[in-house]
Design a protein around this ligand. Structure first.
Ligand SMILES: [Zn+2]
Length: 52
């Protein structure tokens, strides 16, 4: 697993990193945006990719 392909998924509300993901090289280079459950906000929020 290559280090530079690892991305953080941070909650856009509290800015905390909740998930780690591996970037798929085959996909087009664009920011990932996912609705995931945030343990800090206690609800589903939009999580955005952020570089380390
Ligand atoms: Zn949050």
């Amino acid at each position: 697993m290559s280090q530079d392909r690892l991305i953080k998924l941070s909650c856009t509300k509290c800015k905390r990193t909740n998930y780690w993901s591996e970037k798929n090289k085959k996909k087009v280079e664009r920011k990932i945006e996912l609705k995931k459950f945030c343990n800090w906000c206690m609800k589903r929020t939009v999580h955005k990719e952020s570089k380390k």
